[in-house]
Design a binder for this molecule. Structure first.
Ligand code: ZN
Length: 458
């Protein structure tokens, strides 16, 4: 029987999540439909909803309900998770949250300008403010070894710089050797790729593929946006976006498969966890493991292209002579490059290791903001062997630091690592896995993920 206190608690929690979902819908609209002049008002609307949700969540009433229920059942996962978020949120005074949000918005606009003009000196004061605010935030949240740990914990709970440092160090050492050994061999010219790719055909192909993978279009949809992303307002309303590039047919396709991996996860939470914070991933790294598993392990496999090559050929003219292996080779080219979001599977983690080392040093105070460009360029040479021509193609390329997000980058590499661990486990459990994928049957893999990852939520 559900007690009155539990009913009241679930209703309060539901209201908080409803407000957050409304904010997520406004944010989705901002990326997909909103006209440019709507930005100013939208920023205020989003801030209002976020503040309301926060106030409701950290209220004394919520604290009292939580305390009463904890006395009834100390082992309840929902109470445990809510307690964690509640205590964390109460550590940050509203005045700090407001100051942080204001600095974020200012830093973002300055960063856009600095990147356009490739002028780091323009961004430097804003970044100094962001670093100082994040150190203040770390002090408020508390930490044992490094202030960086307190920030990392928000995205990947329990993870520390002390754990990441040897892991990433080892990874970087091995990947740098591999990248250097591959040299030019890994990036052959592919003449048949050099043409125009009809964007409407690309759109139809991406929809067909995500549906084949198991994305329920009755409980989700795909749209176009400048930066592809996934969002959800409920497990029965999960939205993905993709970006169509007329010069590159793989950009949209692999992007859609990536976001579809996130979306399959969100469609796989339990009905009984709806409108609670258990219908969430336990960490960003785990969320990213789902997108990387479908994009890299499945989508870049030879088996997948046995299924996808005929489909691809049906969507574009002049493809008759191209063998399935040609697609497989094309989506697996490796080349050290300047830009993280365009990096291949082999070099991607090196971009992350570089960012982790720099942002940790910034937060721990062993690197001055003014020295960031030089430190960045030096690491790009050491890890990837590339020369950074200007800051726009170097330390100004990512939005994360302008947004005040320190400790976020490592979750991308952790997602890559977890994705292959899960893939190995799935391979052991499903002997017919690759034959299935070869034939375009993805149900067994999705079922395995549903059972072993998705349904568990947080
Ligand atoms: Zn992702």
């Amino acid at each position: 029987m559900i007690s009155d206190a539990k009913t009241a608690f679930l209703e309060k929690m539901g209201e908080v999540l409803d407000l957050q979902a409304a904010g997520a819908l406004l944010a989705w609209d901002q990326e997909v439909y909103m006209p440019p002049k709507g930005a100013e008002a939208r920023g205020k609307q989003l801030a209002t909803l976020a503040a309301l949700a926060h106030r409701l969540f950290v209220s004394d009433e919520m604290g009292a309900l939580l305390g009463a229920l904890e006395n009834e059942d100390a082992n309840d996962a929902l109470l445990r998770e809510t307690r964690h978020d509640f205590d964390q949120a109460r550590k940050l005074p509203e005045s700090f949250v407001a100051r942080f949000a204001e600095a974020q918005s200012r830093a973002y606009h300055i960063w856009v300008k600095a990147r356009e003009t490739s002028d780091f000196s323009l961004f430097q004061p804003a970044l100094e403010t962001m670093v100082a605010l994040n150190r203040e935030k770390a002090d408020l949240l508390g930490y044992a070894a490094s202030p960086y740990d307190a920030l990392l914990d928000e995205y990947e709970r329990g993870m520390t710089a002390g754990v990441l440092s040897p892991l990433f160090g080892d990874l970087a050492a091995k990947l740098s050797v591999l990248v250097a050994a591959l040299g030019d061999k890994a990036h052959p010219e592919i003449p048949w790729l050099d043409r125009e790719w009809d964007v409407e055909a690309q759109w139809r192909l991406t929809l067909r593929v995500v549906e084949d993978l198991g994305f329920d279009l009755e409980a989700g949809r795909q749209d176009r946006s400048v930066h592809p992303f996934t969002t959800n307002f409920d497990l029965h309303d999960v939205r993905i976006t993709t970006r169509l590039n007329p010069r590159d047919p793989f950009s949209a396709l692999m992007g859609s498969i990536h976001e579809c991996g996130h979306a399959l996860y969100e469609q796989g939470f339990l009905e009984s966890d709806r409108r609670t914070l258990l219908a969430q991933a336990p960490s960003l790294g785990i969320h990213e493991s789902q997108s990387r598993l479908w994009e890299n392990v499945v989508g870049r496999s030879e088996a997948f292209w046995n299924y996808c090559a005929p489909l691809f050929k049906r969507h574009f003219d002049g493809m008759d002579a191209i063998a399935p292996e040609a697609f497989y080779h094309a989506v697996n080219r490796v080349a050290p490059s300047l830009i993280r979001v365009e990096a291949d599977e082999c070099t991607y983690n090196l971009h992350i290791v570089l960012r982790f080392e720099l942002e940790r040093a910034l937060i721990e105070g062993t690197l001055a903001v003014s020295d960031v460009p030089e430190a960045w360029n030096e690491k790009m040479r050491a890890y990837l062997g590339v020369q950074v021509p200007d800051d726009a193609h170097g330390c100004l390329q990512d939005i994360h630091w302008a947004h005040g997000c320190f400790g976020y980058f490592p979750t991308y590499a952790l997602g890559n690592l977890v994705s292959v661990q899960l893939a190995e486990a799935a391979e052991r459990a499903l002997p017919g896995l690759w034959d299935d994928i070869r034939a375009g049957r993805f149900g067994a893999l999705l079922g395995w993920l549903r059972e072993n990852v998705h349904r568990h939520g947080r």
